[in-house]
Design a protein around this ligand. Structure first.
Ligand SMILES: Nc1nc2c(ncn2[C@@H]2O[C@H](COP(=O)(O)OP(=O)(O)OP(=O)(O)O)[C@@H](O)[C@H]2O)c(=O)[nH]1
Length: 351
């Protein structure tokens, strides 16, 4: 029978090293931010350690330390208990390649999906934008030699498309309300969401990712204004293959933090510089951030406080609020409790 490691490791986000060298559209300076690591060591039986490491391609999630003692460290001070973001000097460069209108299958509402490229990885990071007051500067900027059809095809138009439309600019045939952005006075809701194939697509009840994405969309559609920045950093940045190994380690008795550490990954290998850059491109410099994660609040604000998080809006699981339709079960409850106790998430489990 496979041995089980007692969950004695404390949380840490290991040092993140240099970003991916891929630079799809610019040779400008790239940077990443990394959670800091701390220094005390713990003993982990060698038989429990992964012999190999699959490098994640998430920007900033560099090769982790080679020993479990380095990967899993006990913080020396109370303030080091949870992973902390460490911000580098410059934001990545982002450019919105295309946007398109998506009517929602939940009825009534629609949003615009913005697809971004950047100068630090070759992933298709996204923004899910509700309301027509939020626009991308890089998308709307004119591009050399492009026609009006080119602009409409990449989504750089004002108002709505319809069969036979010939201009990307405000259109004579549309009513003034449909042509013009309606100013809004309230600060937009924003969610920075990390990809989770299992929770968002494959019906997993191990995590609350799908419920959080649904809830964010519901709130933004109701307000008629807001944006989800959807970062392709699956499995808290370790990738899907490694996350599935972590699930097996969780079934062997470890929590979500220890499972990552046993695989020689940081507890959280994510970074948020791309999210900050995308928010700025969308003109969202003051936001209400939907999250329970203290790291996100600090990281999204950026190295020079480019973004102001005016308010943190908690995301309490529906089941914990006594509401129907949320994820429920033993795995999700353990997962959420671990996020509170070992990752500093700002919410309280029901008694
Ligand atoms: N390694 C690992 N990743 C997981 C596990 N469960 C979910 N994830 C990943 O965790 C990430 C969830 O992140 P977010 O939805 O941004 O949430 P968060 O950091 O928990 O913070 P909130 O904003 O409060 O939701 C996704 O990338 C998931 O794929 C797990 O057990 N192990």
């Amino acid at each position: 029978m496979a041995p089980t490691l007692e969950p004695t490791l404390e949380p840490t986000a290991g040092a993140l090293e240099s970003p991916s060298p891929t630079r799809p559209f610019s040779s400008g300076s790239a940077f990443e931010e990394s959670p800091s690591s701390t220094s005390s060591h713990v003993e982990v039986p060698p038989c429990l350690l992964s012999p190999a490491f699959t490098p994640p391609s998430t920007p900033g999630s560099g090769t982790p330390k080679t020993s479990a003692a380095e990967a899993g460290v006990i913080p020396a001070h109370e303030e080091d208990l949870y992973p902390q973001p460490s911000l580098l000097d410059e934001l990545p460069e982002v450019e919105c390649q295309v946007r398109a209108r998506i009517p929602m299958n939940t009825g009534g509402s629609e949003f615009f999906l913005y697809l971004y490229r950047n100068n630090i990885d070759n992933k298709e990071h996204l923004a899910i934008v509700f309301g027509d007051t939020i626009r991308s500067r890089s998308l709307d900027a004119p591009r050399p030699g492009e026609t009006e059809m080119d602009r409409m095809t990449r989504g750089a138009y004002v108002g709505r498309l319809y069969p036979g439309r010939t201009t990307s600019r405000p259109d004579q045939q549309l009513s003034s309300a449909a042509n013009h952005e309606r100013p809004t006075s309230h600060v937009p809701l924003v969610r920075i969401h990390s990809e989770c194939y299992t929770g968002e697509t494959a019906w997993s009840a191990r995590c609350d990712c799908g419920e959080q994405l649904d809830e964010a969309a519901r709130l933004m559609a109701a307000e008629g204004h807001g944006a989800v920045v959807y970062l392709r950093q699956e499995g808290r940045g370790i990738g899907l293959a490694e996350k599935l190994k972590a699930y097996n380690l969780q079934d062997l008795g470890n929590d979500t933090v220890t499972a990552n550490l046993l695989l020689r990954h940081p507890a959280d290998a994510r970074s948020y510089g791309l999210a900050t850059a995308i928010l700025l491109d969308l003109g969202l410099s003051t936001v209400r951030l939907l999250t329970n994660n203290p790291i996100k609040v600090a990281a999204v604000e950026g190295p020079k406080k480019e973004i102001t998080v005016q308010e943190r809006v908690p995301m309490i699981p529906l089941a914990w609020k006594g509401l129907k339709g949320g994820i429920n079960g033993p795995e999700i409850n353990e997962y959420l409790k671990t996020k509170i106790s070992r990752m500093g998430h700002m919410m309280s489990a029901p008694q």
